[in-house]
Design a protein around this ligand. Structure first.
Ligand code: SAM
Length: 281
């Protein structure tokens, strides 16, 4: 069955009375060139691959051709009828129904990929929870070496921006702390059924063995980063003093000791400077 073919998908979904749920970010890929490319970028035959949101299995099928094993987690119970049919030929795929944000992914990896040398995540992510999923994957420190995912173009640009550039935000700093991020290629909105209102991009986050900066207290660092970028147009001193217990004087002193101007905005600082500020405070 050609899972990228519009007519095939249309009749399959019709047969099962399946209608797309916007609330689950259901935009299925219908561009046959995208999934093989994603699979090649993400993994090889030594990998166990965790997929989030297989939909009708178009990416799952391509990843299963390249990887040793695939576990796909799908929230929509209505796909219970469809996936066994579309993935009937894929002996190395297991589908787990549940919410990827709530399942114990560490145990799923341990239970299913013991015979795989490496593990990665490959997915066309539901756009309504792109950043929460990526942050959850990074923060839970799973034994994975890369996250290769399709996200909205704007999200891709933010996630992969250079820290210290206008495009950077709190999520950019968080991603940079855990991974080396790159945009692999762009995908137009017409590659999906139904087409979303925005274009997309495939990004790869190569997980770092060690963070690029020394942070004494990660929790404090990440809450400071959030505060720093809360009001992007304001100076760091104003934003952070408005949203935390740090006073303007404390912030000015810390910046002064680090040789940073007190009128600086968060997007002008490097990850080293942000780490130093957190350590000093
Ligand atoms: N992989 C398919 C493709 O590329 O055509 C479908 C991708 S679609 C953008 C996102 C998929 O994620 C949908 O199948 C949706 O039901 C599923 N999904 C949404 N929220 C989820 C969650 N919290 N956990 C697991 N799957 C979820």
């Amino acid at each position: 069955m050609n899972l990228s073919d519009y007519k095939t998908i249309e009749s399959l979904l019709k047969k099962h009375g399946f209608s797309f749920k916007k609330s689950l970010g259901q935009n299925f890929l219908i561009d046959s060139s995208v999934c093989p490319k994603m699979a090649e970028f993400a993994c090889d035959e030594t990998y166990g691959v965790l997929e989030i949101g297989p939909g009708i299995g178009v990416l799952t099928k391509e990843v299963s051709k390249v990887a040793k094993r695939v576990v796909a987690i799908e929230l929509d119970e209505r796909l219970r009828e469809i996936l066994p049919q579309t993935l009937a030929d894929c002996q190395n795929v297991k589908v787990i129904f549940g919410d990827a944000m709530k399942l114990d992914l560490k145990s799923i990896i341990e239970e299913n990929f013991a015979d795989c040398q490496k593990v990665c995540v490959c997915a066309n992510l539901p756009y309504y929870i792109t950043s929460p999923i990526i942050m959850m994957l990074l923060e839970s420190k799973l034994p994975i070496d890369n996250i290769t995912v399709m996200v909205q173009k704007e999200a891709a640009e933010r996630l992969c921006a250079k820290v210290g550039s206008r495009e950077s935000g709190a999520v950019t700093v968080a991603v940079d702390y855990y991974a080396d991020a790159e945009i692999l290629f762009h995908v137009g909105r017409n590659s999906f059924m139904p087409p979303p209102n925005v274009d997309s991009a495939v990004i790869k986050l190569n997980i770092r063995e060690n963070p690029p900066v020394e942070v004494r207290d990660e929790k404090k660092f990440f809450s400071l980063i959030k505060a720093c970028f809360a009001q992007r147009r304001k100076t760091l001193v104003n934003t952070v003093s408005n949203t935390t217990n740090y006073s303007k004087d404390e912030l000015r002193n810390a910046l002064g000791e680090l040789g940073i101007s007190e009128t600086v905005r968060a997007e002008q600082l490097t990850i080293e400077q942000l780490a130093n500020l957190s350590n000093k405070l």
